[in-house]
Design a protein around this ligand. Structure first.
Ligand code: HPA
Length: 276
């Protein structure tokens, strides 16, 4: 993590967003990029315009920040994230989270597309992330620690904020969606897993697998941001279904379910009236 670089990026963003202070950050996963189309957007900042900022190259990821007032809350949405598999260092991958922290966010909602490992998860389901496994990618917290922002050896026993997670469960119930929770594992990607790797991940207690989110959740938690997350299950993980995995299939399913995600995000923001 490089908070000095993040400070320079945040300063640049503020030249566009002026005194707008976002309280909630939302990172949109694959196929969810159109969720805030039509919202009343105050400012748009393309990643490509921010000096030193990584670009989002993955298909289905737009690569810009949207700043808006939504249901009475100031929010910043990342339409497209940066992935480790794009060739960035893990520290660069989490730079956007550091920048959002400096802009003011206190809450971060992470979304992603993921493969379902648990028997209980089929394509089209949404899983609330209650914990994660990070050990297949380097920690974003490696390097010199900036003591102004967090401690050297941060606790990770409760990364996903209990209050926010309970709120999400209630939002699911209110919207007649089954409440499914589980552990998400981040792999480096860009390849999908082999059936043997999935059998290993089953043995390790993973419920869903993807190529993002965990490094962002760790960074946000380290920085004192309250974190919650949901995984949109786009496919059964390798060897568990009967079709080969492809990004276009992942995007197609994510696109179909993104309406549901949109409703969930909307209800979630509406409930964010009192501080946990
Ligand atoms: N594996 C890894 N990442 C993914 C998957 C998967 O099966 N589906 C969507 N993203």
């Amino acid at each position: 993590m490089d908070m000095i670089k993040a400070e320079r990026c945040a300063e640049f963003v503020r030249t566009i967003t002026d005194d707008f202070v976002p309280e909630i950050g939302i990172i949109l996963g694959s196929g969810m990029g159109s969720i805030f189309n039509g919202a009343d957007i105050k400012y748009t900042v393309d990643y490509a315009d921010i000096p030193e900022f990584p670009k989002s190259t993955a298909e289905g990821h737009r690569g810009r920040f949207l700043f808006m007032e939504y249901e009475g809350k100031n929010i910043v949405v990342m339409q497209g994230r940066v992935h480790y598999y794009e060739g960035y260092s893990i520290q660069e991958t989490v730079l956007p989270v550091c920048v959002m922290k400096l802009l003011g966010i206190e809450t971060l909602m992470l979304t992603n597309a993921a493969g379902g490992i648990s028997q209980n998860l089929d394509a089209g389901d949404i899983m609330i992330i209650t914990d994660h496994i990070s050990i297949f990618v380097p920690s974003p917290l490696t390097g010199k620690n900036d003591d102004r922002y967090g401690e050297r050896f941060p606790d990770m026993s409760c990364v996903y904020n209990v209050y926010l997670t309970e709120t999400l469960k209630n939002v699911f119930l209110k919207n007649n969606l089954p409440v499914k929770t589980g552990t998400y594992v981040q792999t480096s990607g860009p390849n999908y897993e082999t059936p043997s790797e999935i059998r290993m991940l089953i043995a390790l207690g993973c419920d869903a697998v993807g190529m993002s989110t965990v490094c962002e959740a760790m960074t946000a938690h380290y920085l004192g941001i309250k974190v919650c997350g949901i995984s949109l299950i786009t496919n059964k993980a390798a060897g568990l279904g009967n079709i080969p995995l492809s990004h276009s299939e992942v995007q197609k399913i994510a696109d179909i379910i993104s309406d549901k995600i949109s409703v969930l995000i909307d209800s979630f923001i509406k409930t964010q009236t009192k501080k946990p």
